[in-house]
Ligand binder design. Structure first.
Ligand SMILES: Nc1ncnc2c1ncn2[C@@H]1O[C@H](COP(=O)(O)OP(=O)(O)OP(=O)(O)O)[C@@H](O)[C@H]1O
Ligand SMILES: [Mg+2]
Length: 213
């Protein structure tokens, strides 16, 4: 999980820098961005080193256990064969099986490590995609039908919430009808609410009180 987290942060920062490369160049802020990306890369490498240390310890432990298994089995099988308790074939099969277990346990170690790495990545992704949408339909809302494409605001009120309960009114009783296919231009001083109107149409903003719309 830590590694998935660090990896997401690293790729996020790099993608962020590249997609805004023009702004970065314009403001001659390459160094800060480089440091920002490098910090994330170093953070990622810390998790990689931690993982590698763990895998190495496990790998060494596994090799020691496997060697003990091989030596133990071989010693027991040979002494049993020496005492004529088992045939030579059984001895050969026992050693062949131990060899097989050895390879399989190595394989399982890597697969399990990879599995847990992927679980971390999936959990990280789930946190992002399993978010409840904040813009929700009204209870019992019908699917949107657009027969003509007319846009009509009828005594529309909207304000941005500033502090708790306090809001800044942008529209107070706006009446606007745009006929289907009609092209209009919105003119107003900066902060008049042009972008807000477009965002409301596109449903980027959350409507808190249904009666207002
Ligand atoms: N996310 C927001 N949170 C709080 N207030 C906002 C937010 N977005 C805009 N406002 C405020 O709402 C008002 C309308 O802003 P809006 O961005 O719609 O204006 P605009 O007409 O598009 O301006 P411009 O011509 O500068 O693009 C402004 O007073 C602005 O400060
Ligand atoms: Mg605007």
């Amino acid at each position: 999980m830590a590694q998935a987290d660090a990896r997401a942060q690293m790729t996020g920062r790099v993608v962020d820098s590249y997609s805004n490369i023009q702004t970065i160049k314009l403001f001659a802020d390459t160094e800060r961005e480089q440091r920002y990306a490098r910090d994330a890369m170093e953070g990622f490498m810390v998790t990689v080193h931690r993982q590698m240390r763990l895998v190495t310890i496990m790998s060494v432990g596994l090799t020691l256990l496997n060697t003990a298994l091989l030596v133990g089995t071989a010693a027991m099988a040979i002494s049993a064969w020496y005492m004529e308790a088992i045939s030579l074939g059984v001895l050969a099969i026992a050693i062949a099986l131990v060899m097989r277990i050895r390879f399989m346990s190595d394989w399982i170690l890597w697969e399990v490590a990879g599995l847990f790495e992927n679980i971390g990545t999936v959990q990280d992704g789930m946190n992002t995609i399993a978010q409840e949408p904040t813009v929700r339909d009204a209870p019992g809302a019908q699917p949107l039908q657009v027969p003509k494409g007319e846009i009509r605001f009828d005594a529309m009120r909207f304000g941005y919430e500033q502090a708790k309960g306090e809001s800044k009114t942008v529209f107070d009783g706006l009446n606007l009808t745009i006929a289907p296919g009609e092209k209009i231009g919105l003119i107003g001083r900066s902060g008049a609410g042009k972008s807000t109107l477009a965002n409301l149409l596109l449903r980027f903003l959350r409507r808190t009180r249904w009666a207002d719309f």
